[in-house]
Structure formats: C-alpha cells, structure tokens
Design a binder for this molecule. Structure first.
Ligand code: NAP
Length: 377
C-alpha cells in the first residue's frame, strides 16, 4: 500500500520551494509529489521534474517534459483531490486563488505565502474552518508559535522575533542612500528578493503581525515584536500565568518547511547538527525602533482598520518594492508610498473576495501611476 503523503508545491523554483524539495529528497519514502509549479524559471522546473517525476507540472511560461502532463493553471493543481497537502510557496498575490481553491477542495495547506493572509485572512481562515482544512504555517515565526501553543485559550500574548535585517545598525541617513545590493544583503536569511526588501524595511514583520492575527486569532494589542539579531529564538508565546514558551533552533528554513509538510509527525529529515546553547553563548533582544522602521506601525494600523486595508497595504508595498528593485525609487520611499495609498484608501469593512481583488488591482495601478508621477531619474 502507498502510505506516502501526496504533496504539490506551488513555487517549487523559489527559495522556499527549492528547500522544500531538499527536505523531500531526504524523505523520499514519506512523500509522493503530485505537481510542481513555477513562474518563469522553466529550466529549473524541468530539472526538478526530471529528478522528482511529479505527475503534473505547471509554469507561467510554456514547458514540456516527456512523460509528465503539463497543466494549464494553478487552479487545476489546487482542485486535484489526490493531494493531501499543498505547499503554497509562491511570492505575492499569486498564492491567494489556489489557496482558496485548495481549501474548497478540503486539501490541507502548508502556507509560506504570507500575502494570502494579509490580503484575505478573514475569508481564508473562515473557509478553512468550514472545510475542516488545516493551515500550517511555514514562516519560521508562525511555525514557532504553532509549535509552542498547546491550549490557545490560555495564551495571553504572541511575541514575534525579528532579526532586524541589514539596516538594524544603520542610521536613517545611511538607509536613505542604501543601494539595491545593500538592501538585498540580509545578514541571516537567503530568501527571494521581495521578502528580502521587506525584511530590510521591516514591512515583513508588519505582514507577519497581520498573518499571526489571522492564523491564531489574536488581537493586535496582544502581538508584540522584538528584535533578536541572532535569529535563534524564532518566536514565543506568553501564557496567562506569565510563563513564556519559545521555540529555539539554528536559523534554517528547512526546519519550519519540514515541520509544516510532515505535521503532525516529525522526522530527522534534513537536520544538520545538534543544537548547543554553549556554542550560541548569547542571545540579544531589543525593542524595534518604530521611527527608523515605520512600516511596522503602518501594518499595525492597516491590521486594526481591517477589511480591505491590509490588501491595500500589501498591494502598495509590493508595487513599491518592485519599483525599488527596478531602481525607480529609493528604499526609504517605500514607507511614504504605502502610507499615502493607505491614507487615501476607501475602506470596505467586510469585503467579498472579488472586492479584495478589485482593491488589489486598483491600488497597484494607483501606486504605479503615483511612482511614475514622481519623475525620479
Ligand atoms: N524565502 C524565505 O526564507 C521565506 C521565509 C518565510 C516566508 N516566505 C514567504 O514565502 C513566499 C515565497 O518566498 P520565496 O523567498 O521563496 O520567493 P522566491 O524565491 O521569489 O520564489 C517565488 C516562487 O514563486 C514562483 N512563481 C512566481 N509567479 C508564479 C506563478 N504565476 N505561478 C506559479 N509560481 C509562480 C516563482 O517561480 P519562478 O522563479 O519560476 O518565476 C518561484 O518559484 C513569499 O510569500 C515569502 O514571503 C519566504
């Protein structure tokens, strides 16, 4: 009998996707790959397909691999009830539709794509509850919280750690003139470009606060951020009696990816070396500087507004990040651009999914127009 867990990966060629395949490579007897999907990196997808022999592949560009069926859409992957679990590891808004489709089909989700919950967390979590679908977080902070929580009703506060990114000890003036290369030079994590820029502005932490609010159902007042440059404590929870439980480990995305796709089981898998407190020797913590990193405050604001505010925040931020990566704006302008879009946003309190997608495309268009109007050479 085939007892292997049937999995598909959306975004298999990215940072999370390739590490997920490294995990699966170590656990070949535990997984059967149903589908691999990517955007434009068809060369890598071909290599992955030849190595792992999924039943199906999908790419946003044309792709053909002998003996493997090419699908026409991510929806086809998300509708395939052969899947026990789908790892949603694409970046940006692409993740939302297939996640919803998979939930409707009763398929569990290992969720790396935080934008899905930032855009439509209320709808996604409600649908997951209705369809009895598990959403297991891949983001290391949320994965840490997921591992710490036993009885959620006894938890008072979530404490999300942040490495602080490449600008932690830079002055506001230095950040103002930071190049794309300096911004992408993250001290701890090797990730896709979008999330790396978000980690430099700390918008990533803002998105994670919103993600945590939806995943664990906590009010924003009870979600705290602390800077922890070593990235050893991946996050913590405080119980009502003051006990704090933290999840600790070496900084490696293999561990939360493996946790999410093998949950509720645990295997040795890709574990590289044993943890030693003595070798780590010290752990530092400090309060975030909200003046230097105002994007966190902006995310709290959007989260508390609720409705379409977080979709607006996400869309404006993504467009501003792309403009920065295209060298059209400076990194310090991302905050101002997102703030302006949020200030001008006409909030829909309980939006439908169609309204969320409309807000997303309207805000993107408006953000691009605004950036063009700035006339920066
Ligand atoms: N990287 C991390 O350590 C990390 C940690 C926590 C959370 N996350 C979250 O995980 C998500 C992925 O991050 P990442 O760093 O892995 O990003 P990434 O390296 O940029 O990878 C993005 C993946 O999405 C694929 N993709 C893009 N457009 C697609 C489309 N239309 N259809 C199907 N696939 C498409 C890309 O394919 P091509 O490359 O072929 O275009 C690539 O495989 C993000 O939401 C991020 O916030 C990442």
């Amino acid at each position: 009998m085939n007892n292997r867990k049937k999995i598909s990966i959306i975004g298999s060629t990215g940072s999370i996707g390739t590490q997920a395949l490294e995990v699966i490579d170590k656990l070949r007897d535990k997984f059967e790959i149903i589908a691999l999907a990517a955007g434009s990196n068809v060369e890598l997808l071909k290599l992955q397909a030849e190595k792992f022999r999924p039943k199906y592949i999908y790419a946003a560009k044309e792709i053909n691999v002998e003996g493997i069926k090419t699908l026409n859409s991510l929806d086809e992957i998300a509708s395939n009830k052969e899947n026990d679990i789908i790892l949603v590891a694409c970046s940006g808004k692409v993740g939302l539709k297939p996640t919803l489709k998979a939930i409707e089909n009763g398929i569990n989700i290992a969720l790396a794509n935080k934008e899905t919950l930032v855009m439509a967390g209320d709808i996604v979590m409600k649908k997951a509850r209705e369809n009895n679908v598990k959403i297991i977080p891949v983001d290391s902070e949320h994965c840490a919280i997921h591992q710490c929580i036993k009885n959620i009703s006894q938890v008072d506060k979530l404490i999300i750690t942040a490495s602080g990114g490449p600008f932690l000890h830079k002055s506001a003036e230095e950040i103002k003139h930071a190049t794309v290369k300096e911004t992408l030079n993250h001290p701890r994590w090797n990730m896709g470009k979008k999330i790396t820029v978000d980690s430099a502005t700390l918008m990533n932490k803002g998105l994670e606060i919103i993600e945590a609010h939806h995943l664990f159902g906590f009010d924003y007042e009870n979600i705290e951020v602390v800077i922890h440059p070593q990235s050893i404590v991946h996050s913590a929870i405080e119980y009502v009696d003051g006990s704090v439980i933290a999840q600790i480990g070496l900084p490696s995305m293999h561990i939360p990816i493996q946790y999410a796709i093998t949950y509720p089981e645990r295997f040795e898998g890709i574990k590289s070396k044993s943890f030693s407190f003595a070798e780590i020797a010290r752990l530092d913590f400090e309060k975030p500087d909200f003046e230097k990193f105002p994007c966190i405050k902006l995310a709290y604001k959007a989260g508390k507004l609720g409705g379409t505010a977080t979709a607006c925040l996400n869309a404006a931020n993504e467009e501003a990040v792309f403009a920065f990566l295209d060298r059209k704006i400076k990194v310090c302008m991302i905050y101002e651009i997102v703030r302006k879009m949020l200030d001008e946003h006409v909030l829909i309190k309980n939006p439908s999914i169609e309204e969320i997608f409309k807000v997303d495309s309207d805000v993107r268009r408006k953000t691009r127009e605004y950036i063009s109007s700035l006339n920066i050479k």
